[in-house]
Each structure stands twice: as structure tokens, then as C-alpha cells.
Design a protein around this ligand. Structure first.
Ligand code: SAM
Ligand code: SF4
Length: 330
């Protein structure tokens, strides 16, 4: 085992989000423009072998949690093969996937067979026309069928449903989402809208905070706080009657940067140490030009040393990254 991966604020990096494609079959308004984005060429995207090698180098430094994301990770072919490779990486304890859920109807089984045990499904509305409005795709039923399929595999738990909370859009469905968390074996979590939309329409006023949503839920269903792991991004709240759990991810109103243990790798193999980084470290060139594992490890350590203390969303001087969430890997 190599020395742990730490930054200059003594935060230990234990978690990596790996984007496996920048492409997506949705066009969520808070993420992508209606016409899509200039996609990467296939050769620009890291291969499964390259992802496995990076995961192995990272795991040797104590990065034990890997989450696959995108774009939409399940538009890439053969994702179960990648899962199969990653579950065998020594030191990797936790492998998860974030998806819009459309492909789960057919892929939940193969993903579980390959070794996937945790999944997050994004779902911003339970109403057909509002779902189509926000994702620009009329596919609510496919996502709900995908969730039902995921439910059939008891080894795939927890199933988390993530909803981006936007003022002026989300309020009418807050109680319906709470009821989904009570009715189904899903932890439903609200994520505050962040300035990572390709359309660049984000305004601070559009952020519906976790505290506001919790207050709405508590007028109907009282909640009690559940202790969460120190590095967890989500506040956990259980329904007081013991039926189900909600989560609140509040990066704008209550930043959790001081306990951040995360880095990200984009689909083209650049390391980002913060969602809002202005800098990236190219790992694909060394991967493809014969660098040793130790040389790649040193590049990663150097980048992580420069991880910034916090993002500054909503503060004077905040500068948006040129990349949207789908191009980074949320
Ligand atoms: N396509 C997959 C999905 O939607 O789950 C994975 C990639 S998506 C970029 C990962 C997560 O980022 C999703 O839960 C999505 O809702 C969230 N997201 C995208 N843009 C966001 C934004 N501007 N603010 C907050 N969350 C955002
Ligand atoms: Fe695609 Fe996920 Fe972005 Fe929606 S949030 S456009 S599903 S990458």
C-alpha cells in the first residue's frame, strides 16, 4: 500500500468519480443545451483498460470508492464489462453508478451480475409533462420501469433517487417525492442547483435550498436527523414514523468543502480536484505514452496538493468553469 493521497489542507482523498462518456440521451435544462454539446471522439475517451489502470493506481493510495458517471454512463457499450474489471481492483471497497435510469430496464440485471451493488438514479419530476419539460425527453415511464427493475435485485441497495431542486419548478412535487421515499425502497435526495448548466442561466435566486424543502416536508411528515459519515455530502433525515429516508445535498447553502474527500476524472482522462476547478491535469497523455504507475501517481499527488480549499459559489469573485456538469462527471 502506498502512502495516502492527501491535499495541502490534510484532507484524505478516498473517493473518485469517473466519467465514462460525455454523451447523453437526455438534455436536462440544468445540465446540457437542447442541441447537445460537441462530443469527444471515441479515441479521445479513456478505454476500459485505462480506467482500470487509473483505478488501480488510485486504490493503492487509499482511494477506495469509485463512482461511474457521465454524461449518461449507460449509453456507453459494455459497462458491465467495466464493472467486472473494477470489482477486482485490490483495495477498491465501493463501486457505484449514477444514471438517468433509462437503460436500467435492460441493464440492471447484467450490472448486478457484474458486481454492481449501489446505484443512484436521477429523477426530477414524477409528472410526465414536467419530466419532459426538464429533461427535454418524454421518458418518465422508462425511468420508472428502470427503477422497478433495479428493485428486483435485493443486492443492489441502497437505491438512491436524486432530484435537482430548482426554485419555481420543484416546489409542487416536494411532497410527492417524500411520498415516493415512503412508498418505495428508495432514499430520495434533493440536490441544490449549481452553476454547472451549459446554458449558463443559473442564478443564486434559482437555488431552492435543502432547508426550505425539509421545512415543506415537515409540515406533512415530521423528520428526524440520522447521523451521516463525516465525508458524506448528504444530510440524512428519516421519517419520524420509521417509514423511509430523505437526503439533502446542499453544496450552495451549506458547502461541505472542508470534509471533501473527492476527485474527478473526466471522460477524456483529465483529473479535476473540485467540481469548480479552473485547472485540470491531463492523465491520458502519460497513460498513452508509456508513463510508469509511479509517474502517474506523482502527477496525481501533485494535482491533489493544489486542491483548492473551497468553491465560492455565490461569493464575489466566483468564476464559472467552462465545463458543464455533463462534461465533468457529476
Ligand atoms: N446522466 C447521469 C444522471 O443524470 O444521473 C449521470 C451524470 S449527471 C451529470 C450526475 C448528476 O448531476 C445528476 O444527478 C444530475 O441531476 C446532476 N446535475 C447535473 N447538472 C446539475 C446542476 N447544474 N446542479 C446540480 N446537479 C446537477
Ligand atoms: Fe444527461 Fe445526466 Fe446531464 Fe441529464 S443530468 S443531461 S441525464 S448527463
Amino acid at each position: 500500500m502506498r502512502p495516502p493521497l492527501t491535499d495541502s489542507f490534510d484532507r484524505h482523498i478516498e473517493s473518485v468519480r469517473v466519467s465514462i462518456t460525455d454523451r447523453c440521451n437526455f438534455r436536462c435544462k440544468y445540465c446540457m443545451p437542447a442541441e447537445g454539446l460537441p462530443w469527444l471522439q471515441r479515441t479521445e475517451v479513456l478505454s476500459f483498460e485505462e480506467i482500470e489502470r487509473l483505478a488501480t493506481i488510485l486504490a493503492s493510495m487509499g482511494v477506495s470508492h469509485v463512482r461511474l458517471t457521465g454524461g449518461e454512463p449507460l449509453v456507453r457499450r459494455d459497462v458491465p464489462d467495466l464493472i467486472e474489471r473494477l470489482v477486482k481492483v485490490p483495495g477498491l471497497k465501493d463501486l457505484a453508478l449514477t444514471t438517468n435510469g433509462v437503460a436500467l430496464r435492460t441493464l440492471a440485471g447484467p450490472l448486478v451480475d457484474a458486481g454492481l451493488r449501489r446505484i443512484n438514479v436521477s429523477l426530477d419530476s414524477l409528472d410526465h409533462s414536467r419530466f419532459a419539460e426538464i429533461t427535454r425527453r418524454d421518458m418518465l415511464d422508462r425511468v420508472l420501469e428502470g427503477l422497478e427493475e433495479a428493485e428486483r435485485y435485493p443486492e443492489l441497495r441502497p437505491i438512491k433517487v436524486n432530484c435537482v431542486a430548482m426554485r419555481g419548478f420543484t416546489e409542487p412535487e416536494v411532497i410527492a417525492f417524500a411520498e415516493l421515499a415512503r412508498r418505495k425502497p428508495y432514499t430520495v435526495r434533493f440536490i441544490e442547483f449549481m452553476p454547472l448548466d451549459a446554458d449558463r442561466t443559473w442564478r443564486k435566486e434559482d437555488v431552492l435550498t435543502g432547508a426550505e424543502i425539509r421545512a415543506m416536508i415537515e409540515t406533512v411528515y415530521p423528520l428526524v436527523r440520522v447521523p451521516a459519515a463525516a465525508s458524506s455530502t448528504a444530510e440524512r433525515w428519516a421519517f419520524a414514523d420509521g417509514t423511509g429516508e430523505m437526503g439533502f445535498i446542499n453544496p450552495v447553502s451549506e458547502p461541505f468543502c472542508s470534509s471533501c474527500d473527492r476527485i474527478r476524472i473526466t471522460a477524456e482522462g483529465s483529473l479535476r480536484t473540485c467540481l469548480f476547478s479552473m485547472e485540470e491535469t491531463d492523465l491520458r497523455t502519460p497513460l498513452r505514452s508509456g508513463a510508469t504507475d509511479l509517474e502517474i501517481e506523482m502527477l496525481i499527488r501533485q494535482a491533489v496538493q493544489a486542491k483548492r480549499m473551497k468553491h465560492q459559489i455565490g461569493e464575489a469573485g466566483f468564476v464559472r468553469s467552462a465545463r458543464s456538469m455533463s462534461q465533468i462527471g457529476g
